[in-house]
Design a protein. Structure first.
Length: 247
């Protein structure tokens, strides 16, 4: 069963529409994780009835949105894309063919950059390496940290294509100053947590072989409420502003 999962903060639904319109391959479950305001996609879904919307009611963060896939849906794999992606003709067909041909892979990247703006996450990876660490909020370093686990644990990684793989960003313009200022407050806090957890931010060369350099499971993490509350405060200040804008 095929599944495509797309997190959004629902501030520019034209991005989601561009992504939806570019799909040229039959997908069983098309899922939007709405980290924005509840009901923000009410009108959008009337036009795009084949999509399922999970209204979180608040921003669960990038990690929390991705973690919805194995927590809620029973698929063996999930194609996960940022809302600002646009699939070129035949791209999704190549992805799903690669999934069928590499059923032992933990994760599939579309190119050698191993980026998480579009990737394939598998149940096998969840079983062996766990969920994304939700202490990283709202974004930054959640992908680096998971890549660290995969590299340390010797994961089976498959690269589908090269730098010319036919998927591109659909962003109309740079992110707003307010949005970037909010992320600038969050980034050093997330980076500090990453350093505590692995002793290095180089996913190819960790200083520790287990989280926090303690004996135990490679997939260990538990929510640190105080730092998470601080990060959410930065997000809420931005998102509840009367002039909130992603671009």
């Amino acid at each position: 069963m095929s599944a495509l999962l797309v997190p959004t903060i629902a501030l520019d639904l034209s991005l989601l529409q561009t992504l939806a319109d570019s799909i040229d391959y039959p997908i069983d479950d098309k899922i939007i994780i709405n980290n924005g305001k509840a009901g923000a996609l009410k009108n959008w879904i009337k036009k795009n009835k084949e999509w399922k919307v999970v209204d979180c009611g608040y921003n669960k963060g990038c990690s929390g949105a991705w973690n919805y896939a194995p927590r809620v849906f029973t698929n063996d794999h999930w194609v996960i894309a940022n809302e600002d992606q646009q699939f070129q003709p035949g791209a999704l067909k190549q992805v799903y063919e690669a999934i069928e041909q590499n059923k032992d892979a933990h994760i599939l990247y579309i190119n050698q950059y191993e980026a998480y703006d579009f990737f394939v996450w598998t149940r096998k990876a969840v079983n062996d390496f766990g969920l994304f660490d939700e202490n990283f909020y709202p974004i930054y370093f959640e992908d680096w940290e998971y890549r660290m686990r995969l590299n340390v644990g010797g994961a089976n990684i498959h690269i589908i294509g090269d730098s010319s793989f036919p998927v591109k960003h659909g962003k109309p313009k740079p992110a707003s100053k307010e949005y970037m200022d909010m992320l600038a407050k969050c980034k050093p806090i997330n980076e500090d947590y990453f350093m505590r957890k692995w002793g290095s931010t180089d996913s190819k060369n960790p200083n520790y072989l287990t989280p926090f350099n303690r004996p135990g499971r490679i997939n260990y993490w538990t929510i640190e409420s105080e730092r998470r509350y601080k990060l959410k405060g930065f997000w809420d200040e931005f998102f509840e502003s009367p002039t909130v804008s992603l671009y």
